[in-house]
Design a protein around this ligand. Sequence first.
Ligand code: ADP
Ligand code: ADP
Ligand code: ZN
Ligand code: ZN
Length: 849
Amino acid sequence: MDAQGSATQDGLDRVRVRGAREHNLRGVDLDIPRDALVAFTGISGSGKSSLAFGTIYAESQRRYFESVAPYARRLMSQVGVPDVDAIDGLPPAVALPQQRSGGSARSTVGSATSISNVVRMLYSRVGTYPPGAPMLYAEDFSTNTVQGACPTCHGLGQVHDVPESLMVPDASLTIREGALAAWPTAWHGKQLRDSLISLGYDIDVPWRELPREQRDWALYTDESPQVPIYTDRGPAEVRQAIADGTPPRYMSTFQGVRRYVLGTFAGSKSARMRERAASFIVSVACPECGGRRLKGEALAVTFEGLAITELAAMPLDDVAALLRGVLEPDWRPSGGDGHPEQLLAARRLVTDLLARLSPIIDLGLGSLSLDRTTASLSSGELQRMRLATQVLSQLFGVVFVLDEPSAGLHPADTESLLGILRRLRDSGNSVFFVEHSLDVIREADWIVDIGPGAGSEGGTVVHSGPLEGLRDAEESVTRRYLFDAPQPSRERRARREGDGALELSGVSRHNVRDLSVAFPLGALTAVTGVSGSGKSTLVVQALPELLRASLASEVDDASAADDGAAPADPLTQRVEAETAGRAHGPAGRLRRVVQVSQRPIGRTSRSNVATYTGLFDRVRALFAATPEARRRRYAASRFSFNLPAGRCPTCKGEGTMEVELLFLPTVHAPCTTCGGTRYNAETLEIELDGRSIADVLAMSVRDARASLTDDAEVNRHLDALLDVGLGYVALGQPATELSGGEAQRVKLAAELQRGQRGDTLYLLDEPTSGLHAADADRLLAHLHRLVDGGSTVIMVEHDMRIVAEADWVIDLGPGSGDAGGQVVAEGTPEQVATSAASRTAPYLAAALA
Ligand code: ADP
Ligand code: ADP
Ligand code: ZN
Ligand code: ZN
């Protein structure tokens, strides 16, 4: 607690920004109090992030770089210095942005929060060991160390198996007829078959009649003998030729079927080959550790009767309850009285663990377990987990810069979020956050409202001061939502009754058990519930999976708008596919199912907003049609930065080069040949209305709509992007730099511009995250238009203003994790608002009032 100290360092108790011009900011001058909760508000594209992240946080980063690495100064001109005249009184900054891409595969809630380290110490020091077993070190309990990992699966928990039933699905076929289905099909397959002839196999008897020994060798051998190949000769002739010593056509390396499958899966460059190989592989739990990934000695140690893997699989709520029991005065370790020093160690470690768990649980994450991979968390959950970890770091005198900390939070969980933010502030930190939730904005000490519009119509400070002052800021769009009473005349559209229903029964996955639920077709349904109640499990995971499985004939294309994502490892996909249940609905009523998820679009910077939506194809065609391009015979492909003809040869169209910094993470700096444009000089000479192809990619959607071209197809794409609130993004914005919410809206835009087809089911995951109330209203109007056109929308949603406008609400709960997974209330918003059991009801009632 040292608020004073941090403020007097430079004699200022304010952060003073002068002349900020980053992106659309128009020479912003601003004084912001330190040691306060400061909300940055404004519609999408108004310039909130440009100010909070692009200016304030970037400047702090720049100073940090300069202080730790003087030689890095040279690089600063390349990595970017924010466009601002001066910032005074700026404390060091810690940014907690929404995660923009998936975390590392082995990172878990336990490792990311360091809680696992303490748990391992607990097992090492206080665990109950089998009689005679030596005491283990903490590292022995980690699946990520050589000491700890199961030696058979190296800590993966799974081994790959290629069962005979998959390699040879029909044992009545002969080898010539293709009994070995897992073998390659073209010439390589024929070559392997010819090898078997030379090795003395009869390839014309049914597989099942071959001697067991021969079958096993062909399938499982790890030898790779060189075999003479005589093409176009029958078995008898080949035997004769070998006996005669006739030189073969060539020598070939034989590979057993299993070895071929595993080798192709692990090593093939072709995604199709890998996928085909994967179809012959099953992952089975490691026989040694039973999938628990630890070596046996470590698994044998228990605490409160649980192996460390069992503790790691429990919801954090339950872990905390168990640990609180350990702090009871009469607690003793199981199987002994415990030495005084062991009891002391237990108390100390458990107290530490509880202190680490409490902010995580307070932030609505109590249903997570320590072994949950961070890659499976939503971006909002991940940000809150990092936030909880920061509270414990005892930092003071820093400014935290957050991006929509309320994302993914039910209103009932918002109070604890505010508690954590206040705790950070009260221990002497500044907390600056971009936020859209009106409930959170109201609780800020200070509000910086940017706008009034987006892009060139924004970029000024509309209001900077306590909440009340915003009341008088006439221009502010935010003000209307915070203070204006909903117009009494505002007519609520009539609730749709729907037309038939999509029924799910017996759904089981995660905390959802044997659930039956019905979604009205031809209506807009909002699925609500506290964090961890099972909303994503139901809508994002189970629903599409069951639709694919049960309604296959009626579903055209299960995830059309989602196919830009890099294909997941087919093996893990298969392991994940675990939903039990059935879907049924009126036949023919659902022609397509489109899941628009928050999963990132592609994983490379080579995919961007324009390429993903298909807009870029049209733009390239327009460039190729210009007189100069035709004179030079440049085809549309010339204007792709992914193809050699048009792209910059130095960076191969990346636009950036990696710069290694000693002791610091690698930095991407703009390519010096093309200046980051990605194209070669000749290609850039072609202009469309005075703009090069690189200029076009740098334009925002809004600017492009205003002045790029009057081409109808281009404008249809741009209008769709504007409608989902993405007017501020650049056409060339790399997919990797989109937040989850933005990625979802890009997919939605791509889907919307395809036009109305009706009979489509859209599955959305919190579509309004990252959207100002005004933008959310626009998006909602669009969704209603889809439903008016005969489609069905089912969305997870937290914003009660939006839920109140749905036709139907399904509220899950009542709590999270094991205490959730059931339908607590369903009906029209008015009906759900009166449910006594629902934690959503009071908030929904307030929004309906
Ligand atoms: P907000 O955070 O309020 O949604 P941003 O600060 O992201 O808005 O964007 C404000 C303006 O700056 C928009 O017009 C946007 O197009 C522009 N902008 C944002 N990022 C960049 C960038 N990397 N390069 C150029 N312009 C950008
Ligand atoms: P919500 O979307 O309502 O916040 P989720 O569907 O994400 O809730 O989570 C419901 C329950 O299922 C929680 O207990 C959560 O920990 C668990 N869960 C969700 N995803 C996974 C997963 N990939 N692996 C294991 N458990 C999961
Ligand atoms: Zn194992
Ligand atoms: Zn280049």
